[in-house]
Write a protein that binds this ligand. Structure first.
Ligand code: HEM
Length: 422
């Protein structure tokens, strides 16, 4: 596809979207910029219209928990039309896009073949073995804040912890972390779709840098084998260079663009719920359920999509092959049939873990255990270190609708002096 065709497609798309927004189409409204600020009232309007709500943009919207969960687990629905692996998006000039070319965007059996290569690195046992390292990384960044009274919690903590942890796993040196942040922001923004040619060009240049960077890491690991994630993938064998780039890129991008928002959304939720925050500090056993409730109530990933691979039934209606079904998992997490008083933050909610924030079925988040551990350790250590942490300015949200979290979170703390020795 030429750039002229791409630009024309984007321009037509904008006009169509604007037109359907005027008609209050639920799908078009979902993509409105204001949804990035507070999407939850919109989800309730969709819920009020039924279990399956059609949009004139050609998709079906689902907010019902049972139905979202059933579609995610049903092999009749896939993440993409079955296509040959290794055929890059023509609009991206042959670059590997980890979010489109990796196993997150592949149907079985290709999906399983690729996922199995890396899944042994994310078992509960492997995570347990990493716990000490995660605690050390969290403490390292908190130590760097010693003596500071005001800082941006996202820039200086929430984004730095997950990047360091995933880079550690992949064997990526600290010097690359700042570049990673920028790459991650561009990739996350691309999930909403391309809004302009400037965004397409930015995505291409990010992918070019990321592809070159990962190719270099793979080359280095071939010359010097070890047991980091790239080393493990090479030792397993059977992956093409294209697949190695796509899988390592996916782990990098999925590993921090999501967890940064778990920490950011968690800080906001706990600032609004002082008793839960106190419990988190005082009682280590409360941390896990508090993190589940944060993930349920304000998820870093708001929705995903599936399509029937052949004709399928959805809540009794026939849906043709290829029809996009948007699964509003953030809305399903507030389904009153599953979660009583669903908009309330309840640190003791017995079934908080039934949220769909990590998806379900074969694509269930591979890093869920790591993210849960990072969230609990980071939030607990943060509020222990800074018991009086409070907002000191306006929270700036990410512009994305699919990815939700604060971009900047200015906070103030009272710098504590070491206790005097009596
Ligand atoms: C709070 C943090 C996180 C959230 C909310 C999250 C969310 C998700 C979701 C919703 C999916 C599935 C998408 C779908 O079904 O269409 C997914 C898949 C995935 N996630 Fe996460 N994720 C998080 C953290 C992580 C971390 C830390 C990693 C670490 C490597 C990771 C790696 C992956 C991978 C590899 C997949 C693809 C799984 C597959 O397709 O089989 N994620 N994640």
């Amino acid at each position: 596809m030429s750039d002229r065709q791409l630009a024309a497609g984007i321009a037509i798309g904008k006009v169509v979207l604007g037109w359907f927004r005027l008609l209050d189409d639920p799908g078009a409204v979902l993509i409105r910029p204001s949804q990035a600020i507070d999407p939850y009232p919109h989800y309730e309007r969709i819920r009020a219209r039924g279990k399956v709500v059609p949009s004139k943009l050609g998709m079906l919207l689902v907010s019902d928990h049972e139905l979202c969960s059933a579609v995610l687990r049903d092999p009749a629905f896939g993440v993409a039309p079955n296509k040959e692996i290794g055929q890059p998006d023509p609009g991206l000039n042959g670059l590997v896009n980890p979010l489109e070319d990796s196993f997150i965007f592949r149907n079985p059996p290709e999906h399983g073949r690729l996922r199995r290569v890396v899944s042994p690195l994310f078992t509960p046992r492997a995570m347990q073995e990493r716990q000490g390292r995660v605690e050390a990384i969290v403490d390292e960044f908190l130590d760097q804040l010693a003596g500071r009274e005001e800082f941006d919690l996202v820039d200086e903590f929430a984004s730095r912890v997950p990047i360091k942890i995933i880079c550690d796993l992949l064997g990526v040196p600290d010097t690359a972390h700042r570049r990673m942040t920028a790459w991650g922001t561009t990739l996350a923004a691309s999930i909403d779709g391309m809004g302009s040619m400037a965004q397409v060009r930015e995505l291409r240049s990010t992918l070019r840098e990321l592809n070159d960077f990962l190719a270099e890491r793979i080359k280095l690991r071939r010359a010097e084998p070890n047991d980091d994630v790239i080393g493990h993938m090479l030792a397993e064998g059977g992956l093409t260079d294209f697949e190695l780039l796509a899988s390592s890129g996916l782990l990098l991008a999925a590993g921090f663009e999501t967890t940064v928002n778990l920490i950011g959304n968690g800080v906001l939720a706990l600032l609004a719920n002082p008793s839960a925050r106190q419990r988190l500090v005082d009682d280590p056993s409360a941390a896990d359920n508090i993190v589940e409730e944060i993930l349920r109530l304000d998820p870093p990933i708001q929705y995903t999509a599936r399509l029937p691979l052949a004709g399928a039934k959805l809540a009794g209606r026939d849906v043709p092959a290829g029809k996009v079904i948007v699964l509003l998992t953030a809305a399903a997490n507030r389904d009153p049939a599953v979660f009583p008083d669903p908009h309330r933050f309840d640190p003791d909610r017995p079934n908080a873990r039934e949220h769909l924030t990590f998806s379900s079925g074969v694509h269930y988040c591979l890093g869920a255990g790591l993210a849960r551990m990072e969230g609990a350790i980071a939030l607990r250590a943060l509020f222990r270190r800074f018991p009086d942490l409070r907002l000191s300015g306006a929270v700036q949200r990410r512009a994305s609708r699919a990815v939700r979290g604060p971009l900047h979170l200015p906070v103030r703390v009272t710098s504590r002096q070491p206790a005097a020795i009596a």
